[in-house]
Design a protein around this ligand. Structure first.
Ligand code: C2E
Ligand code: CA
Ligand code: CA
Length: 703
């Protein structure tokens, strides 16, 4: 603590005390001197009168006798006193019987002396005598006063003044000395009792941490515990404690607000606001290091059904487990954020190419896919990921996120469980898809759908055993839109439920028509999508339609894809068992493309397995592929299921399948999907159908 000299409390005290003491000393000294002057004046008078009184008798004698020599002796005697500068004895007869005079003393304070006492001090004494006389007629005496003369002196006040000034200077010097030593002692006392402890207290304040002021308890200086300083220290300690507790509360509140504004409440992952900030920072870093980075927008496929089939709590539980899993497994990811109900966004810095992003996206898909335990039952979900790459696909967080989000729709539209990169052409595709989705919403009421039917050949009897209903959309502008393009859209916006209801009605109507036309053995395979399967009114709709057309449930086969089943295994098992109870058959579609393990297949009540076209395509290329198809057929049979081969296009394939004991074949080799009248005419043609010549039913152009 460096103070200016005059700002030091002890120094200021010293000067104040000293000057006050000096002023007081001077005042007291002045009063003392004033009194001394009065005494001196009195004293001169007194001394003069004593002097005169002393000389009264000889002076009276000399005046009475007109004795000049005696008078001169008297005057001489008076001059013994050095202050007397003029003395005279005067009588009536002899006006100057004796007198003497000497010059005034050389005196430097004459002015002062004149001021105090006047220029000279004159004193006189009448010289009287008593005369005893007797009147002639009286015997007694009487006394009378006789006046003989006067004794005069003039006194020089210089001597008294000199004594007075000596005395006064003594008074002043001792006054100054007294007050100075008093001031110094007082200052020392102040210094020891106030300044030093206060300096110590101020020093100890320096050790206080402003953020945690009550972490150090201030101590009162020794000997000051119970005086005002001790009280002050206690109050300061109390104040610090209050400040710290307040600031702790405020910090806690601020931290809480900060968490709320930057983190998701459920998963405690960064929210959209923080994500934006992190992306901004990643952009800065990428620019500096001349690197690219990527954003993954990861949306869960059909997460709603988890909420619907289990509970909202179960859905939350799944999201929480997923967030923990992602954080554990994906440590290379800089930021994992939850930006919406079932949407996570991931920031991948330091990637060297699109391929890196694809690898990580693939890993995320796997992490999402491995089943979750909810209420002791395994639940599987999949995700669709949109990928945007900085700087190619956007230069701001908003652009990058928007583009990644947009392509997610595309990944979903392709069946989900996949990732999709953003590129300009894809952007266009998204816009087209959005437009298509809009026109899809009016397609049903405007009768834009129709059904085609593709025969399924029994490879043992070589009869058409049934057909698969395949929906067609005749778009007023775009013409025929393939189901692979619009079914996912319809699933996405739930319109598949109404469209599916129409398909069920339309296909059952066609089937009842054929049954009535004399082909009661024909079955109808109806495709059921994941959304349809998990909605609650599928069974009542089927039941009602079967009643409406008076159909045997056994002639209906619901085709359910492997992925639709696996997306929610337990719920699917429940649903399928329910369907089975009605007598309806169930086929697993696209078998081999999803993730259904043999274990799952055992638990599911399937009647038929449809081997996916990709296996049939490759079947004849290599012995390994042939073995796979053979194994699937055997497996199906072992599990008491019939096996249908899809997408059979050649006679060689048919021959192979026959040898492998495959039960049914469906494909262009026999027929493309055709309308219901063509099915009827096919049925009415030669029966049984033989495999030679091939293409008994001419390949119909796709309608
Ligand atoms: P899917 O159920 O696997 O249907 C078989 C698809 O393969 C049909 O395509 C069919 O035309 C085609 N196909 C049949 N044989 C051959 C062949 O020998 N060679 C080739 N290259 N293709 C063959 P489509 O009609 O375009 O349907 C595609 C997918 O759309 C279907 O796959 C199914 O998942 C879905 N879909 C079609 N109709 C419906 C429907 O009514 N409801 C639902 N939910 N989905 C449907
Ligand atoms: Ca199918
Ligand atoms: Ca299929």
């Amino acid at each position: 603590m460096n103070f200016h000299f005059f700002n030091r409390l002890s120094n200021r005290l010293f000067f104040v005390v000293l000057s006050t003491a000096l002023a007081m000393g001077l005042l007291i000294s002045s009063i003392q001197i004033f009194l001394d002057v009065r005494y001196a004046q009195e004293d001169i008078k007194k001394q003069a009168h004593q002097l005169l009184a002393m000389m009264k008798d000889p002076a009276t004698q000399s005046a009475y006798n007109i004795d000049r020599s005696m008078a001169e002796q008297v005057v001489e005697g008076l001059f013994q006193n050095e202050a007397v500068f003029y003395a005279a004895i005067k009588t009536e007869i002899e006006p100057s019987l004796a007198s003497n005079k000497r010059p005034l003393k050389e005196f430097k304070y004459r002015e002062l002396s004149n001021m105090i006492f006047g220029q000279s001090l004159y004193f006189s004494l009448p010289l009287n005598g008593t005369i005893k006389t007797r009147l002639s007629n009286r015997a007694d005496y009487f006394t009378a006063t006789a006046h003989y003369g006067v004794l005069e002196i003039n006194i020089d006040p210089a001597y008294a003044t000199q004594a007075l000034t000596e005395q006064a200077s003594q008074i002043i010097y001792s006054g100054i000395l007294q007050s100075t030593s008093f001031g110094i002692v007082l200052t020392l006392i102040f210094h020891v009792m106030i300044t030093l402890p206060m300096t110590r207290m101020t020093k100890s304040l320096e050790s206080i941490d402003p953020l945690r002021p009550s972490s150090v308890q201030l101590e009162a200086p020794k000997g000051h515990k119970s005086d005002e300083m001790g009280l002050w220290i206690n109050k300061i300690n109390e104040l610090f404690a209050a400040i710290e507790s307040n600031s702790n509360k405020r910090q806690a509140a601020e931290a809480h607000v900060e968490r709320l504004s930057h983190y998701d409440v459920l998963t405690e992952l960064p929210n959209r606001v923080l994500l934006n900030k992190r992306i901004e920072q990643t952009i800065v870093d990428a620019d500096q290091q001349n690197e690219i980075f990527s954003i993954l927008w990861c949306g869960l496929d059909d997460f709603n059904s988890v909420n619907m089939l289990h509970s909202y709590n179960a859905g939350n539980h799944l999201l929480l487990s997923l967030s923990e899993r992602l954080q554990q497994e994906m440590q290379t990811i800089q930021t994992i954020s939850r930006v919406g109900g079932d949407i996570f966004a991931l920031v991948l810095p330091n990637i060297s190419s699109h391929l890196d992003a694809a690898k990580i996206a693939q890993r995320v898909l796997e992490v999402v896919r491995s089943p979750f335990q909810i209420d002791d039952t395994p639940v599987s979900i999949t995700a669709s990921i949109g990928i945007s790459v900085y700087p190619h696909d956007g230069t701001t967080p908003d652009e990058l996120l928007k583009h990644a989000e947009n392509v997610v729709q595309l990944a979903k539209a392709q069946g989900g469980n996949r990732y999709q990169f953003f590129v300009e052409s894809i952007d266009q595709k998204i816009k087209d898809t959005k437009r298509l989705e809009k026109s899809l919403s009016v397609a049903l009421e405007q009768n834009q759908f129709s059904l085609l039917f593709q025969p399924q050949m029994n490879l043992k009897t070589m009869h058409i055993s049934g057909v698969e209903a395949l929906v067609r959309w005749h778009h007023p502008e775009h013409g025929l839109v393939p189901p692979a393009d619009f079914i996912p859209l319809a699933e996405n916006n739930q319109s598949i439920i109404a469209i599916g209801k129409w398909i069920i009605d339309e296909s059952c109507k066609a089937l009842s028509l054929w049954h009535e036309a004399g082909h009661p053995q024909l079955t109808m395979s109806i495709n059921v999508s994941a959304t349809q399967l998990h909605q609650s009114n599928l069974i009542p709709v089927i039941k009602k339609t079967l009643q409406k057309y008076n159909l045997n449930p056994n002639k209906i086969i619901l085709e359910i894809t492997e992925t639709a089943v696996m997306s929610n295994l337990e719920a699917a098992i429940k649903m399928l068992k329910h369907i089975k109870k009605l007598g309806i058959q169930i086929a697993i579609d696209d078998f081999g493309t999803g993730y259904a393990s043999l274990n799952h297949l055992k638990r599911l009540p399937f009647d038929k397995v449809k081997v996916d076209k990709t296996f049939i395509d490759d079947m004849l290329d290599s012995p390994e592929n042939a073995t796979i198809v053979g194994a699937i057929i055997k497996l199906g049979h072992n599990l008491n299921m019939e096996v249908i081969a899809e997408g059979t296009e050649t006679l060689e394939q048919i021959d192979f399948l026959k040898k492998a004991h495959c039960d049914y074949a469906q494909g262009y080799y026999y027929s493309r999907p055709v309308n219901k009248n063509e099915i009827l005419s096919m049925m009415e043609k030669a029966e049984p159908v033989t495999t030679t010549p091939s293409n008994l039913y001419p390949l119909n152009p796709e309608r």
